[in-house]
Structures are given as C-alpha cells and as structure tokens.
Design a protein around this ligand. Structure first.
Ligand code: GDP
Ligand code: IMO
Ligand code: MG
Length: 427
C-alpha cells in the first residue's frame, strides 16, 4: 500500500480516524495535511477511547511516524494537551513531527472566531470557535505567524506585536469587544510552548517525500469532509481549508504523481454539525434514533449532529472531486432495526431532476431529495465476514456503489478496530 489518501466524503465525522487507525498498522508514516483542532477524530481500542484533534491517529502504533504537515494550523496549547494526554496513557510521541511552516493559531484568532459568529447573527456558520477561519485568513493575507518564526525570538516578537496591535483595534472598534490582548504576555507564553515543542519541529515535506520515494507505506489522514471544502463545499457554510484529496498535495508538500490511491470515508447515513443546507436531513423519530444509537454528538464541541438519509448525490460528487476509487462505508450497524431505509438518488430542483451536486447554495436550499426505498436489516455488529451480511445489507452496499461510482472496500459495523469488514483480501 504505497501512498494512500483517506478523506471524509460527506460533512465530516464519517469515522475517518477509525479507518486511519486500522490502516496505520501497516503504515510507516501517517500525515495530516489540513485543518486544525476543529477536527475531532475518535479511535476505540481495547475498551479505551482516544480523541485526537491535531495528532495523527496513527500515533497508537509505536513504529509509525506521525506528521502534522505544513497545511495544518496548529494551536500549540491544543497539541501540547494531546501530547500530555498520550503520555499519561503511556503512549510515546517520539515519532511525532510538526512542519516548521505550519501556521500558529493565536489567542486572538479564537477571540475573533467567536466575535465574528456573534456579528453574523442568524447567518452564523456554527464554527467550532477554535480560531481556524481567522488563522487561515491571516495566512492568506500574509500576516500569519509560523512555527519557524519561533526560532528567531526577536522576529517572532515583532510579528506578534504587529498583529496584536491591529487585532485589538478590530476587536474594539469593529466588534466593540472588551478583550484587550497583551503582546508581551503572548510572546512569553508562545516562546514557552516553542521550548516544549522544539524537538518535534522539522521540515516534514522532506520526510514525506523520502518515505514515498523509498517505497514506504504512507497514509494521509483527511480532516473535515468534502462538503466543508472551502472551494467545493457548501460555501459559506464550510471550513477554511481543503479537505478534498487535492488538499493533501499542498498541505504536505508532495506532488500529485506521488499518490497511488484515494479512499473516501462515508457513513451509511449523513450527519452535519454547524449550519447550512442539508437536503436529506431528518426531523423525525428515525433521525433521533440514528443520533442516539450512533452517538452523533460532536467530538470537538459536544453539539448534537444533524442526521439524515444517505445522499448519493453527495457521494457521487465526492467521488468525482477527489478521484475516489474506493469507499469505506461506516456505521451501517447504527441503521439496524429501521424497517425501511431510504437512499437519496437525485434532487428535484424546480421542474428538473438533477444528480450533480449544485454549486449554488440557493439552488441547494430549493432541492428536494428523491428517494428510493430499501429493505432494512437487524443486528449486524457481531458480523466478521462480508458473506455473513444479510442480503438487505449487500443490496444496500451494491446500490451505494452504483450510485456513487466507486467500490465499497470496507464496511464498518462498530467503533472498534476489529469491527471493520474487508470486502476483498487486503493488499
Ligand atoms: P472522524 O472525525 O471522521 O474521525 O469521525 P468521529 O470520530 O468524529 O466520529 C465517528 C464516531 O463514530 C466515533 O465515535 C467512532 O468511534 C464511531 N465509529 C466509527 N466507525 C463506526 C462504525 O462502523 N460503527 C459505529 N457504531 N461507530 C463507529
Ligand atoms: P472532523 O475532522 C464535522 C464544521 C463546523 C462548522 C464548519 C466551520 O472531525 O470530521 P470551523 O471551526 O472549521 O471554522 O467550522 O465546519 N467542522 C466540522 N464538522 N467534522 C469536523 O472535523 C469539522 N471541522 C469543522 O461544525 O460547521
Ligand atoms: Mg470528527
């Protein structure tokens, strides 16, 4: 398995971390390339549940090199918290590496994230308030601060002073906020973080390139999901990075020719946290059942996730925009005991039936899902072989494949490592 990219093919929380953890057993390197600690990645192993936000989910395997790439925005306090949590559980972080180009999430980014949400009022995005948008804004505006700046304390201090001056003005004069940031305090705190993080810092683009060149198994761990992509998602109800497979190249510093396989992770249904249109959203008892049985509450914010039927228009869009050959279909155990399962095959938009995901949010809001009904199934969480699935599950998988245009290679029947069923022999 040389270089594989694993991305979320819906609105995030598809169970990417479980798949990454499983694939990490055979991986030499696991790389995160975008997002920040807005991500919440859950891995369940031997009764222990780990929640990762920045540290790649491969860290539980002692021999796996775990890279946080240049495209990730990093809250140093957040990553240090994760490192401490891992040490408390007896897990080594010796193999963790952070790219020196990665941008720092600063305290004012978090403040501005919250203030902007309030300012937006009813049209708020429902962000995680982790400062992700404001940090990527500074990066694009070319006023961001990077890890490499920390190795030159005077330069770092100057950048913080310049930023704090302008951010304080924005907070007070635009948002009428009362928070005043003290540049000197931030400089001291962040130089302290730098001291604790310096052994992890390096040019990871070299490590990733050399690993792939020498034939090592490299897995790229996506965060968020296709419809949260800044360019291709349901803009403006998106995140500020590129969760599609294309984002991996920029965020880890490798070329597209170095990627061998792209796998999309989907759930047997769809969820969304935060605001924005969601054509197949359920507001009835079935939606509540999925949320309860699937524990659909945000890993990062604890917010209830909105739940809905599987949407093949989205699935097809993800396959197309990320060049997915394979689908890992998670959480179909959660759908047990629903007598009739619906699957959205197209949208009705005015007098048109469409199967391509609409670029305009206004059109998407008008789309009515067109459903096909399928027979449901009973308990399946104990199943260990594809052949043991009831025919109804096999039919469902086949229909997902036909509608999305990629092969379902893995099926999730529970949160644990071993509750992943390979459809074909593992290569
Ligand atoms: P990620 O952000 O894509 O890594 O997903 P999250 O960790 O935010 O959310 C997925 C949740 O579903 C986690 O609590 C996982 O432990 C759980 N999970 C993953 N796969 C399965 C599955 O096949 N069945 C069930 N029941 N739970 C799963
Ligand atoms: P993982 O990696 C689900 C959503 C937020 C909000 C929007 C913008 O666990 O799948 P942001 O804080 O990024 O500016 O918020 O994006 N969001 C996620 N939803 N899973 C995630 O990550 C998400 N990361 C951000 O809820 O709607
Ligand atoms: Mg998540």
């Amino acid at each position: 398995m040389p270089a594989k990219v694993i991305i979320g093919a819906q609105w995030g929380d598809e169970g990417k971390a479980k798949i990454i953890d499983i694939m990490s057993e055979a991986a030499d390197v696991v790389v995160r390339a975008q997002g920040g600690n807005n991500a919440g990645h859950t891995v369940a192993v031997n009764g222990e549940v780990y929640k990762f936000h920045l540290v790649p989910s491969g860290i539980l395997y002692p021999g796996t090199l775990c890279i946080v790439g240049n495209g990730v925005v990093i809250d140093p306090e957040g990553i240090l918290g994760e490192i401490d949590m891992l040490h408390q559980k007896g897990i080594s972080t010796e193999n963790l590496k952070i790219d020196v180009r990665a941008h720092l999430v600063m305290p004012y980014h978090k403040e501005l994230d919250g203030l902007k949400e309030v300012y937006r009022g009813a049209s708020d995005i429902g962000t995680t308030k982790k400062g992700i948008g404001p940090c990527y804004m500074d990066k694009a505006e070319r006023s961001g601060i990077r890890f490499c700046d920390l190795s030159r304390p005077e330069l770092f201090a100057q950048k913080v002073r310049e930023n704090v001056k302008i951010k304080n003005e924005i907070i007070q004069k635009i948002y009428h906020g009362d928070k005043v940031f003290d540049a000197e305090e931030i400089i001291e705190t962040y130089l302290g973080y730098a001291n604790r993080l310096k052994s992890f810092l390096t040019d990871t683009t070299v490590l990733t390139y050399e690993a792939i060149k020498s034939g090592k198994n490299v897995v790229f761990e996506g965060a968020q999901g296709t419809l949260l992509d800044l360019d291709l998602g349901t803009y403006p109800y998106v995140t500020s990075s590129h969760p599609v497979t294309g984002g991996v190249c920029i965020g880890s510093g490798i070329g597209p020719t170095m990627i061998d396989e792209c796998i999309g992770v989907m759930k047997g249904y769809v969820t969304r946290v935060g605001k924005g249109p969601f054509p197949t959203e359920l507001f009835d008892k079935v939606g509540d059942q999925i949320r309860d049985v699937g524990h659909e509450y945000g890993t990062t914010t604890g917010r209830p996730r909105r739940c809905g039927w599987f949407d093949a228009v989205i699935g097809k869009f993800a396959v197309r925009t990320s060049g997915l050959a394979a689908i890992a279909l998670n959480k179909i155990d959660v759908m047990a005991h629903i007598p009739v399962i619906k699957i959205c095959t197209a949208y009705q938009l005015g007098d048109q039936v469409i199967t391509e995901f609409p670029p305009s949010l206004e059109d998407l809001e008008l789309c009515q899902p067109i459903y096909e009904e399928m027979e449901g199934w009973g308990e399946i969480s104990h199943i260990t072989q594809y052949e043991e699935f009831p025919q109804a599950v096999k039919n469902y998988i086949k229909r997902v494949e036909e509608l999305c245009g990629a092969t379902v290679t893995m099926i999730g029947v529970g949160p644990n490592r071993e509750q992943n069923i390979y459809r074909f022999p593992v290569q």
